[in-house]
Each structure stands twice: as structure tokens, then as C-alpha cells.
Design a protein around this ligand. Structure first.
Ligand SMILES: *Cc1c(COP(=O)(O)O)cnc(C)c1O
Length: 387
């Protein structure tokens, strides 16, 4: 023993790119038309991304937050409606609903998978509920069987926040083949990226057509007379973004395969560390792209967790404090929020309360590292926690 704290060797960089992205950008440039109405990159990307996810009805948009907004809008969300969201998620899940004037209703998540708890969803359904929005946390599907049934029985729509679930499969089917709408993000850290970008995959062309109007200022595609047949905004993806994403898509399979090899090893090593509990996997998610390597340190508390994350970063592990409970963000209450209080929501979200203060995640590029690096991560974490 040298007495020096060990550090982990460099992980692969993120984002990754090569000649395919370069060629794509030049191809988009040389079309001489840089928006989707003049070029062909966005159209091609929609076909390719949709096909990959099991539905030919994809719509590319500006980012993942807007993907949720457009999807919610065509599903009828607006003032006077409610959208059920997990209390533990990135804020866009609730923000998108609130932006449309709806009330976002946070419900508790499962303590092991960090995905929305179907029983909590069921208890939150009211006559105003329009949409149930599960988040496939870190690539692990929420219980789609239970949620599908709940949504069908209640006559409400299901919108998958699939911002972490590119290429993920639930019992052999990808997000676009599950019969509900799915929204994706291509922000810089996501599993495929052009810095920013988003997509919505629809189960049918009718919904997709309505979303097309919404995403283009309400204007029919072939319109030359400024008809603006419906309301909306400009959520159009640029040709450059689409060209990069077309090059990113074929990288997914290999990266997913590698992360699927690494996570079982890393999670078993993490589970051996006293006090560490890795995110559980539901075997019905039979392909998991592993957007994050997540684990809990039950009872650690917010202060000590921050110190642990800082120590991990200092020793070469790209670690992050996990999402805050959305109802513990000030912004959540500045919108047309529910008439419940923080205390009332917290009391019915005991699992979220724990995860809120004890969950840590590692960037997915760690899972593109070597087997040796999985051992190094676990050794560093054990050391940090012992210190
Ligand atoms: C990243 C993310 C979004 C939003 O995507 P952006 O492209 O950053 O707007 C939505 N939901 C979840 C769960 C996310 O992680």
C-alpha cells in the first residue's frame, strides 16, 4: 500500500463521434437547405429512429422537454387536467405538464427500481387525470404491464418519458412498440446525442400528424397560404441535428451490448460494499441501455452524500447526486401546482423521500470502460465510504 488514495484510469469520453458525424454534417450543409421543410435529414432520421424503436410514426423535435410538451398537448393536456408523474425524475416530466397549464401530480416510486409505483399511480387517478407519465429510470422500464392496464381501465393515456430508454426493451418490445406514446431526449449526456434534440414516437399516424402540426406553428406541411389550422409553436429539429443523430443511432447497439456486460459486474461489486444498494433490475426489461449506473447508500443523508460524490469525482469517477424529489424544487411550486403541500406529498412518497437523499449515479460512459475499471470503481467507493 502506497498510502496514496487510488484513482480510476480515464473512462471513454462522451459524446462519441467519428467520420460518420463529420460526413453527415457536411451532407446537411451541402443540401443548401438547413430546415426540415427543405432538406431530407430530419425526415430520414424520423424513419430510422422510429423503425429502430418499433413504430414508423416518429416526430423529431428541438429537445426532450419539448418532446414531452408536444406529446402531452396532442393527448389533450391543458388547463383543468392532471398528469401523474413520478416524484423522483428529472424536472422536465412535471415541467412539461405545467407549461401547458395542467397540474402535475407527483406519486411515489419503487425503492428498488426507482420507477413509478403502479399502486401509487392508481391511488392518484381522478376524473381530471388525462395522462400517466412513467419514466424508464436509467433504462429500466416502469412496470408497463400494470400501467397499461391501469390506463386502459381509467380511460387515460400513457406517455412514456423514454429520455433514458433508447433501445430499451420491455418483454422483447421497444418503447415505440408498446402501444403508447414515447418521448426521447438527445441532450449532450443522453445515450445518443447531438448536444440537444428530442423525438416523440407515436403508436399511429393520426396522432403523429396532429403533433406535426403542433410542432410547426400549427401549419400543414404543404401549406402555402399561412393557414395555421391549429395552435402550437416552433419545435422543429434542424437538419444539422438530424444528420448527427443519424450517425449516432448505429452506435447504440454496440454501446448497449457493452454496458449490459459491465453493469452486472459493477452492480455485484457495489452490492458487496457494506451500506451500498445498486438499482434493481426487473427482468421484464430484457434489454437495458443503462443510461446511468445508479445506487443508493440508505441513510447517508444529503450532506455526507455530497462529500462522497465530491470524493468520487476527485478520484476519477464521474459521479453525480441523483435528482431531487420534484416537489422539493422551488420551480415546481411556481407553476399551477397541486393544492397539496410539500408535507402532504412527502408523506405519501416515503420511498422518494429516501432516494432524494441517498441516491448516487455514475455517468454511463463508466459502463463503456474495461472490466478492470469496474473493479477500480468499487474499490474507490469502498475506500471513500470507509474514510
Ligand atoms: C433529459 C431528460 C428530459 C429532458 O430532455 P432535454 O432534452 O434535456 O430537454 C426529460 N425527462 C428525463 C427523465 C430526462 O432525463
Amino acid at each position: 500500500m502506497s498510502g496514496q488514495p487510488s484513482t480510476v484510469s480515464e473512462f471513454p469520453e462522451w459524446p462519441q463521434y467519428g467520420d460518420e458525424e463529420r460526413t453527415g454534417l457536411i451532407r446537411a450543409l451541402e443540401q443548401g437547405q438547413w430546415w426540415r421543410m427543405g432538406g431530407s435529414e430530419v425526415d430520414s432520421f424520423e424513419r430510422e429512429f422510429g423503425d429502430y424503436h418499433g413504430s414508423p410514426h416518429a416526430l423529431a423535435v428541438t429537445n426532450g422537454t419539448h418532446a414531452l410538451e408536444v406529446a402531452l398537448e396532442v393527448l389533450g393536456v391543458g388547463p383543468g387536467t392532471e398528469v401523474i408523474v413520478p416524484a423522483f425524475t428529472f424536472i422536465s416530466s412535471s415541467l412539461a405538464a405545467q407549461r401547458l397549464g395542467a397540474v402535475a401530480v407527483p406519486v411515489d416510486v419503487d425503492l428498488d427500481t426507482y420507477c413509478v409505483d403502479p399502486a401509487a399511480v392508481e391511488a392518484a387517478i381522478t376524473p381530471r387525470t388525462k395522462v400517466i407519465m412513467p419514466v424508464h429510470m436509467a433504462g429500466q422500464f416502469a412496470d408497463m404491464d400494470a400501467l397499461d392496464k391501469l390506463a386502459a381501465d381509467a380511460g387515460v393515456a400513457l406517455l412514456q418519458d423514454a429520455a433514458h430508454a433508447h433501445g430499451a426493451q420491455w418483454r422483447g418490445r421497444r418503447a415505440g412498440a408498446l402501444g403508447s406514446v414515447a418521448a426521447f431526449s438527445f441532450q449532450n449526456g443522453k445515450l445518443m446525442t447531438a448536444g440537444e434534440g428530442g423525438a416523440v414516437v407515436f403508436p399511429d399516424e393520426e396522432l403523429r400528424e396532429r403533433a406535426f402540426l403542433v410542432h410547426s406553428c400549427g401549419r400543414p406541411r404543404t401549406d402555402r397560404e399561412y393557414l395555421h389550422s391549429t395552435t402550437g409553436s416552433n419545435y422543429r429539429m434542424s437538419e444539422f441535428t438530424a444528420a448527427v443523430l443519424r450517425a449516432q443511432l448505429p452506435r447504440l447497439d454496440e454501446q448497449i451490448a457493452l454496458r449490459e456486460q459491465r453493469w452486472p459486474l459493477l452492480s455485484s461489486l457495489l452490492a458487496e460494499i457494506p451500506g451500498v444498494v445498486p438499482q434493481a433490475t426487473d427482468p421484464r426489461t430484457d434489454r437495458n441501455p443503462h443510461y446511468m449506473a445508479m445506487f443508493r447508500i440508505p441513510g447517508i443523508g444529503i450532506e455526507r452524500r455530497r462529500a462522497v460524490v465530491d470524493a468520487l469525482i476527485a478520484r476519477g469517477v464521474p459521479a453525480f447526486v441523483a435528482f431531487r424529489a420534484i416537489y422539493r424544487c422551488e420551480g415546481f411550486w411556481m407553476a399551477d401546482a397541486s393544492d397539496e403541500s410539500v408535507e402532504v406529498i412527502a408523506a405519501r412518497c416515503p420511498n422518494t423521500e429516501q432516494i432524494h437523499s441517498d441516491c448516487v449515479w455514475l455517468h454511463h460512459r463508466t459502463l463503456l470502460g474495461t472490466e478492470q475499471q469496474m473493479h477500480e470503481i468499487a474499490a474507490v467507493l469502498a475506500d471513500v465510504l470507509a474514510g
